[in-house]
Design a protein around this ligand. Structure first.
Ligand SMILES: NC(=O)c1ccc[n+]([C@@H]2O[C@H](COP(=O)([O-])OP(=O)(O)OC[C@H]3O[C@@H](n4cnc5c(N)ncnc54)[C@H](OP(=O)(O)O)[C@@H]3O)[C@@H](O)[C@H]2O)c1
Length: 158
């Protein structure tokens, strides 16, 4: 568990979508730099495989998994509460997870179109929900939003 006694140069960094292509590469780089990584993943078993590989490759054992479904407001809210209760601050939030829209429109449990819910709204919910944790790392705290055309060309979705 990350504690406030961590070295000042060691950051607590939250990265979504680590089980994906780009997330895996970002996670490896951050772990190599010795920072504490918090990895909210949808599928814990898939997350565990990535976590173990990162620890083995980098020697950094400060890599922690949490469960979240970014398609669910309730799940995001639960994750935020868990984060706040376990971690002293948040230096960097990296919203990287993404949903690739298909030709057929799909809805989330909250009845939102999936592209909007995951690629845009979940980013907003994490930024808002984790504000107080980010403030604890102020003024150095940072938010990085990784996006694609899917987040900008919503008009093309049926
Ligand atoms: N790859 C590209 O060419 C490209 C180009 C431009 C921009 N980008 C942007 O780069 C970022 C990463 O892309 P990528 O190619 O690495 O994506 P990817 O390989 O498809 O991975 C997507 C990640 O998002 C996670 N995810 C999807 N839905 C989720 C949900 N409901 N709850 C929690 N996690 C969820 C996936 O978890 P699971 O393993 O559980 O599915 C996976 O870890 C995205 O923001 C994307 O828009 C990518």
């Amino acid at each position: 568990m990350a504690t406030s006694s961590s070295s000042a140069s060691t950051k607590i960094i939250l990265l979504t979508g680590v089980t994906g292509q780009i997330g895996g590469a970002i996670g490896r780089l951050i772990a190599t730099q010795g920072h504490t990584l918090i990895l909210p993943v949808r599928d814990i078993q898939r997350g565990k495989n990535v976590q173990q590989a990162l620890i083995a490759e980098t020697g950094n054992s400060n890599i922690y998994l949490e469960q979240v479904d970014l398609a669910s407001y309730k799940s995001i809210r639960k994750f935020v509460q868990t984060f706040e209760s376990k971690y002293p601050k948040l230096d960097v939030l990296i919203n990287n997870a993404a949903y690739t829209p298909s030709a057929k429109k799909t809805l989330t449990v909250d009845n939102l179109e999936s592209n909007f819910a995951i690629n845009i709204f979940s980013y907003y919910l994490l930024m808002q929900g984790l504000r107080s944790s980010l403030k604890k790392a102020s003024p150095q705290a940072r938010i990085v939003n990784v996006a694609s055309n899917y987040a900008g060309h919503l008009g093309k979705c049926e």
